[in-house]
Design a protein around this ligand. Structure first.
Ligand code: NAD
Ligand code: TYD
Length: 351
């Protein structure tokens, strides 16, 4: 397949920036066009190392703007789309669901319509939708999400991602649009906006602020190193059969409170504070509304069919992640100024 001109949406965000970097460095013969609205979560400082690469171009724009998306497809004649642009934080989806409905559902529909209208020879095209394991709902103590697990989303975020997955599949079945979907577990690593658990807690520990643990801290998440997610997307993009879905995960389940204690311990070590200092910041707060209890991914299909496995052990990954946030103080200060301060002061005052 000739997949040379690739539209990557959301490439200035956390996972998108890792993916753009991987593709720009690994595929000099491809052209990567990064389309991003630069919301609070999108940051061009995530990509300074590759911003001048000859095979890379950045375009600021909103996927909710259908006319703009149509003209972009006309102008560029993309061979493929890797769609990551989304509103991605569950807490924000509880506070403002319409932003999620617009970007995640309407935005995805706009991209599908533009691909459908512009792609004539479907045999050489691909629409890759990057999604989440949260579409499958919440697990009890046992079991894992498989590709065949029925959808059961429970937050406005996961419901909007489930809707977009359904639309992508509908365009495959109805219009034969060549699509592939992957559903990944929680990612961690560098360049993640500090509102998600791991970077927020690193940021708060550094600043001696409380660590707001929702409920009893007993919810379980399955954590994957973000660069392993980017590698999985690369493998799926190049090798997957059209119409298929792949789960991506690290077989790395952690109860929140246990994970938080690991972060506290590593932070004490890296900041040279006496052991136990950071744990004192743990503050149990009101639980998140509709808080999913447990996520766990079975990634056997991806391993057996396409040969992908995670590369990094969690203990090494979390040390590297903490090290990155502590040595990239300017990045952290920039993204945590202005609107962020306002958002978080409001959150803390409401608790
Ligand atoms: P993120 O919030 O860090 O980045 C999202 C990016 O999309 C930002 O750069 C933002 O500016 C851009 N964006 C938002 N609305 C837009 C719009 N209307 N038009 C154009 N660009 C817009 O998110 P992330 O954590 O990097 O997640 C990327 C994708 O991966 C999302 O689709 C998410 O659902 C999925 N995912 C995330 C995780 C995770 O743990 N973070 C896990 C599985 C799947
Ligand atoms: P988060 O990083 O928001 O990802 P998701 O909700 O998509 O899994 O949260 C991870 C887990 O940590 C989740 O169970 C909620 C919990 N959590 C807290 O206890 N406190 C916090 O301040 C945040 C942001 C999350």
């Amino acid at each position: 397949m000739n997949l040379k001109k690739i539209l990557i949406t959301g490439g200035a965000g956390f996972i998108g920036s890792h993916l753009v970097r991987l593709f720009v460095n690994k595929y000099p013969d491809y052209k990567m066009v990064n389309l991003d609205k630069l919301t609070y979560a999108g940051n061009l400082a995530n990509l300074t190392d590759i911003e001048n690469a000859p095979n890379y171009e950045f375009i600021k724009g909103d996927i909710v703007d259908a006319d703009f998306i149509h003209s972009l497809f006309k102008q560029y004649q993309f061979d493929a789309v890797i769609h990551l642009a989304a509103e991605s934080h569950v807490d924000r989806s509880i506070a403002s669901p319409m932003d999620f409905i617009m970007t995640n559902i309407v935005g995805t529909a706009n991209l599908l319509n533009a691909a459908k209208a512009n792609w004539t020879d479907l045999s050489s095209k691909l629409f890759y939708h990057v999604s989440t394991d949260e579409v499958y709902g919440s697990l009890g103590e046992t079991g894992m999400f498989e590709e065949t697990t029925p959808y059961d989303p429970r937050s406005p975020y996961s419901a909007s991602k489930a809707s977009s997955d359904h639309l992508v599949r509908a365009y495959y079945h109805t219009y034969k649009l060549p699509v592939v979907i992957s559903n990944c577990s929680n990612n961690y690593g560098s360049h993640q906006f500090p509102e998600k658990l791991i970077p927020l807690f690193i940021h708060n520990i550094k600043n001696n602020k409380p660590l707001p643990v929702y409920g009893k801290g007993e919810n379980i998440r399955d954590w994957l190193w973000v660069e392993d997610h980017a590698r999985a997307i690369d493998v799926i993009f190049h090798k997957a059969k059209v119409g298929e879905t792949y789960n991506i995960g690290g077989h790395n389940e952690w109860k929140n409170i246990d994970l938080i204690k690991v972060i506290c311990k590593v932070m004490d070590k890296q900041l040279g504070r006496p052991e136990g200092t950071s744990e004192k910041l743990i503050t149990y707060v009101t639980d998140r509304a509709g808080h999913d209890m447990r996520y766990a991914i079975d990634a056997t299909k991806l391993k057996n069919e396409l040969g992908w496995t995670p590369s990094l052990q969690f203990e090494e990954g979390i040390e590297k992640t903490i090290q990155w946030y502590l040595t990239n103080e300017e990045w952290l200060n920039n993204v945590t100024s202005g609107a962020y301060q306002h958002y978080y002061e409001k959150q803390y005052n409401n608790r």
